[in-house]
Design a protein. Structure first.
Length: 309
């Protein structure tokens, strides 16, 4: 590793950098070149890019869980399966029972075209509904006050033995649970990305301090305190982390924006991306990256300066 030449920083420059309190003056005591600059910029940009996708995943799965939970909670299905000569009578009995059940806002028999569309992902298009023993499906919407599902099941058993009430609980709960776990995974990924960013910035700061050992010794000879030397490195690495994270965030948002939307896929899927005010959340990533860079560099600089006397 090549160390910077002392002649690149004369005593006059060092003194101006130590006596001026602004960032431009303090940065003069740190050589501007070196692989640590590129390392910090690249790592901050890469982590910010990944953070945008982790944030988009967390938001998208959160929307998906809320959508499944809200839409499927109020909709239920009555499945009627009976011999061909009895199915119409049982469907009419079910509709009569639903019309007189308090707490049901709407009930309708799904037409064959809609049933065929529901089965298309599994059996393909042009499914011959009339030639298959497919049960009749009755969709009902629960009112705000709700209804007694167990009482309705008992009533259907007596009036229409081939009717079965399905409240979608068996498959709705695993889907909602999976979406919530994906959201937790996205948030955990953000935490891992922040930790990895802090670790890489810490390593880069230590490498910069080690490479500039000669400069640090001269700074101490002219009366610089460790906090002053550390501040110069902290400011420079904080700015690099913020700039790199800003670039990675912009690239990540452009990549998210370029993704194809799947919101219209049967009204069931929610695309990976941001919606509305969610587009403002990635703006926080460069701010968090700058804070991580500040804390990591300050800790690494002060600890290393205490060890090297």
């Amino acid at each position: 590793m090549r160390k910077p030449e002392l002649k690149s920083l004369d005593l006059a420059t060092l003194w101006r950098g130590l006596t001026r309190p602004d960032a431009a003056g303090a940065d003069r005591v740190v050589p501007p070149t070196g692989f640590t600059a590129q390392l910090t910029l690249f790592s901050a940009a890469a982590m910010a890019f990944l953070a945008v996708f982790a944030m988009a995943l967390a938001l998208a799965t959160g929307r998906l869980a809320e959508r499944w939970s809200s839409e499927l909670t109020q909709t239920m299905t009555v499945r009627v399966q009976a011999p061909p000569d009895q199915i119409d009578r049982q469907v009419n009995a079910v509709m009569a029972a639903l019309d007189t059940t308090p707490g049901i806002a709407e009930a309708r028999v799904l037409p064959d075209e809609q049933v065929e569309k529901l089965l298309e992902p599994w059996f393909g298009p042009d499914l011959p509904i009339e030639a298959l023993p497919i049960p009749r499906l009755i969709e009902l919407v629960e009112a705000d006050e709700g209804f007694d599902a167990e009482a309705l099941r008992l009533r259907l058993q007596g009036e229409a033995p081939g009717a079965v009430l399905d409240d979608h609980t068996r498959w709705r709960q695993p889907l909602v649970s999976a979406a919530n776990r994906l959201r937790i995974l996205g948030l955990f990924s953000l935490l891992l990305i922040a930790s990895a960013s802090g670790a890489m910035i810490t390593l880069a700061a230590k490498a910069a301090l080690a490479a500039n050992g000669q400069v640090i010794r001269v700074l101490r000879l002219v009366g610089a305190r460790d906090i002053t030397i550390a501040t110069a490195f902290v400011r420079r690495f904080t700015r690099r982390a913020a700039l790199g994270a800003a670039g990675g965030t912009v690239l990540g948002m452009l990549a998210i924006w370029a993704l194809p939307s799947v919101d219209g896929a049967g009204g069931f899927l929610t695309g990976l991306g941001f919606r509305g005010w969610g587009w403002l959340l990635p703006v926080l990533i460069p701010v968090v990256a700058a804070a991580i860079g500040f804390v990591a560099t300050r800790w690494a600089a002060l600890r290393m300066l205490r060890e090297v006397r």
